[in-house]
Design a protein around this ligand. Structure first.
Ligand code: HEC
Ligand code: HEC
Ligand code: HEC
Ligand code: HEC
Ligand code: HEC
Length: 371
């Protein structure tokens, strides 16, 4: 084979490759992420349908944006465009985003309450990152773990829930008193005036912003004269959870009826659901759904890391710069740090962000490559 022929072959191969890549890109851009989830969901639903009538029903379902318009607050929420099975007991064991919700939706029906009152996030969005408040740094990230107590408390108050269900909020309120925050701030008409009124701070700021600001006010608000309290992680977290309960009148909702208050007190988290346990036996093995793939650089920004950390000359200054973090910490150590900051950085301020495994792996790989 002479040289010219060789070059010709390479050119043809390169052209074919390019066509394939462009074709894939065009196809990828034309299917929305949520369409993929709905198609997987209906495939699963068809496998799980136990009668011909159910199968007919599944086949008749259109692939479309689905939304809730919760009655008690003027909003539109599209979480159920992907979380399609929240009220379907056949999906108790399914992978997210198709898992059936716990029985809390029986007392708080989706049609009336929506999802955002309890979970936070961006109701109108139809992508995973944006819906979960990780699309950009100004978004409201989901309330996870203990942070969810803020939502229960802002409707139910303290008296009507079990002490365990609001423990972090109560601790946070006590800390606000202990550190004399009301010397400078007002909450509902009580307190000083050197700093801004905090009565609706939970509506105006995301929990992540409140956390970062408390950790180091001057890194978040240029020229801030708020004192640095040198609080440990657990106290910043509790105060943040308490501040998140302070909502303006638009975001506050009607309180539960007195009869329901009696029942709330005994709530101790999720109880096993017998119906669902029985249903499990006839669910076929194949329950896999496509995994959502995260992008390290996007997630670093969207999950709020860049509010506190810089890479190169971009990002915040609450925590150390991570420009060369890969030289200092290996991927495996970074994973442990992101899973539980207290383990690697005891007594520090880095927040527990309740990231899932996929997110942790993606971020650790991204950071360990920063050499
Ligand atoms: C485009 C599809 C999509 C939309 C819209 C969406 N989600 Fe999700 N959600 C997912 C996927 C996919 C997962 C599983 C995440 C994973 O495995 O990384 C998930 C997981 C979750 C989880 C559990 C895991 C976690 O990250 O804490 C919660 C809670 C959740 N979503 C709440 C919401 C709420 C509330 C909304 C609306 C404000 C919403 N989602 C909108 C796709 C979506
Ligand atoms: C009354 C408050 C409330 C409402 C309303 C609510 N949730 Fe939840 N959700 C919770 C709590 C609390 C949990 C944690 C499990 C438990 O104790 O039930 C949870 C768990 C979840 C999970 C699993 C998270 C995990 O860590 O495994 C997903 C996904 C989810 N909810 C999505 C939704 C969606 C979508 C809606 C709207 C249709 C919604 N939720 C409405 C309170 C609520
Ligand atoms: C938007 C306001 C709101 C939020 C947020 C909220 N609830 Fe409720 N909850 C209510 C109302 C209203 C009722 C009464 C429903 C009825 O009319 O029976 C209720 C009822 C209950 C009940 C009683 C159920 C029964 O058997 O009647 C429990 C338990 C409960 N809530 C726990 C929680 C927990 C835990 C959270 C946080 C994850 C939470 N709620 C978040 C408004 C809220
Ligand atoms: C010596 C007075 C002083 C004390 C004490 C103080 N702050 Fe502040 N705070 C300020 C000032 C001034 C600002 C405005 C500048 C800024 O945003 O950093 C502020 C801002 C804030 C903000 C931002 C509000 C917003 O929406 O912009 C929050 C939240 C806050 N403080 C919480 C607290 C908490 C919690 C405590 C107690 C642990 C506390 N502050 C104690 C002076 C104070
Ligand atoms: C609210 C501010 C804040 C946020 C948000 C935050 N961090 Fe941190 N982080 C810190 C602080 C402060 C430290 C320093 C150690 C300590 O005090 O715990 C730290 C330490 C670290 C370290 C160790 C640095 C070293 O030099 O060893 C890594 C790695 C890290 N953070 C990664 C992340 C990632 C990834 C995210 C996003 C998922 C994130 N952080 C979000 C505040 C934050």
């Amino acid at each position: 084979m002479d040289e010219v022929e060789k070059i010709e072959r390479w050119l043809i191969l390169a052209c074919l490759l390019l066509t394939a890549v462009l074709g894939w890109a065009a196809w990828d851009a034309s299917t929305q992420e949520w369409e993929g989830y709905q198609e997987s969901y209906y495939r699963l639903a068809l496998l799980r349908a136990s009668s011909e009538a159910q199968k007919e029903w599944v086949r008749a379902q259109p692939v479309e944006i689905k939304q809730l318009e919760p009655k008690e607050h003027r909003s539109v929420e599209r979480c159920i465009t992907c979380h399609l099975a929240v009220d379907n007991p056949m999906f108790r064991d399914a992978p997210e985003p198709f898992r059936a919700h716990s029985s809390l939706l029986t007392s708080h029906p989706a049609q009336r309450f929506g999802c955002v009152v309890c979970h936070g996030g961006e109701g109108r969005a139809v992508t995973t990152l944006e819906g979960h408040g990780q699309g950009n740094i100004r978004a409201k990230p989901l309330l996870r773990g203990e942070y969810m107590q803020a939502a229960c408390y802002s409707c139910h108050g303290e008296a009507s829930l079990s002490p365990k269900a609001v423990a972090a909020v109560v601790r946070g309120r006590q800390l606000v008193n202990r550190y004399l925050c009301l010397g400078c701030h007002q909450i509902r008409g009580v307190g000083g005036e050197e700093g801004p009124d905090l009565s609706a701070v939970g509506s105006n700021r995301s929990w992540l912003w409140l956390y970062a600001h408390l950790a180091r006010p001057q890194a978040i608000v240029v020229g801030s004269t708020m004192p640095v309290f040198l609080l440990p992680r657990a106290e910043i977290k509790d105060i943040t959870i308490y501040l998140t309960t302070l909502l303006d009148s638009r975001d506050r909702f009607r309180s539960p009826t007195p009869a329901a208050e009696q029942r709330t007190k005994s709530y101790q988290g999720e109880e096993p659901n017998e119906e669902a346990e029985k249903g499990k036996e006839n669910i076929p093995e194949n329950t896999s759904a496509e995994k959502f793939r995260y992008d390290g650089a996007l997630l670093f920004h969207g999950a709020g890391c860049s509010l506190c950390h810089s890479i190169g000359n971009r990002g915040g200054e609450v925590g150390p710069a991570l420009t060369y973090i890969g030289r200092k910490r290996k991927s495996e150590e970074l994973e442990r740090l992101l899973r539980d900051p207290e383990e690697i950085l005891p007594g520090g301020k880095m927040p527990q962000l309740y990231l899932n495994d996929e997110q942790i792996k993606t971020l650790a790989a991204y950071l360990s490559a920063l050499q």
